[in-house]
Design a protein around this ligand. Sequence first.
Ligand SMILES: [Zn+2]
Length: 278
Amino acid sequence: MNGLVDIGGTKCLVSVTGDGGLPGPPLVRPTPTSGDPGDFLARMLDEVRDGAQLAAVAVSTPGPFDRGRRRLLNPPGLSKAWHGLDLPATLGERFGCPVFAENDANCAALAEARFGAGRGFRTVVYYTVSTGIGAGVVRDGNLVIARHDTEAGHQVLWPAHLGGPSCHCGGHGCLEALASGNAIRRRFGKPAEELDDPSAWAEVGRWLGLAVVNTVALLDCDVVVFGGGVINAWERFDQELRRTVRESLFLQPLPEIREAELGVDRNAWGALTLVPGV
Ligand SMILES: [Zn+2]
């Protein structure tokens, strides 16, 4: 039995693997803003494992993360108590098992590539479009990891010298400053779930379409999968997104473009694939 942990900005999901080695239903708790976060996660794992020995714990982490030492760095939106949380020391020692960890965008990409909309494809790129935008690249079932992390949300689509809006990263005209949940609220004056202006959604679709074009240009991927809160409005912009891709790609075949398939525990399913032999 493996323990699975998804640390999110607002809630944490914890589950164990059950029949067939797949994740069981998650226990969901609000992410605490005080107290010892390692102890909080361990108590949630104790609840779901019900006395059984864990073979491994796999963790989906928010934001920047020390991959070598499996420590959280300074996850955005989480209280100071989470900064530097040492996962092997807090969870591995407590449960006497190895700990595997990866950031949430990569976990989601692994999950959709193995179990969701990307299964059966060799090269899968997953974009999460929610308050911010992130992405993960999976080739032959493995993450493509370079020096640090990919920052696909900060690919520049509208440069500063042409008037692109500022981005919190310090740049201008990043995808995240144009098509994320925060950008939609800022640019169109209401949250994505309340936005019903077709021209606004067409613009969102065009920016995301350009992101697909850039992604294919660099990776020649088979499929681009979109998930995250903004994708709840998929029907409002997917036609414009697809049109943008069709009208911009000339030298490479069109990729499959799909909506994500997995549910709220997507990151836990992805974390599970980090455990050797799974
Ligand atoms: Zn940026």
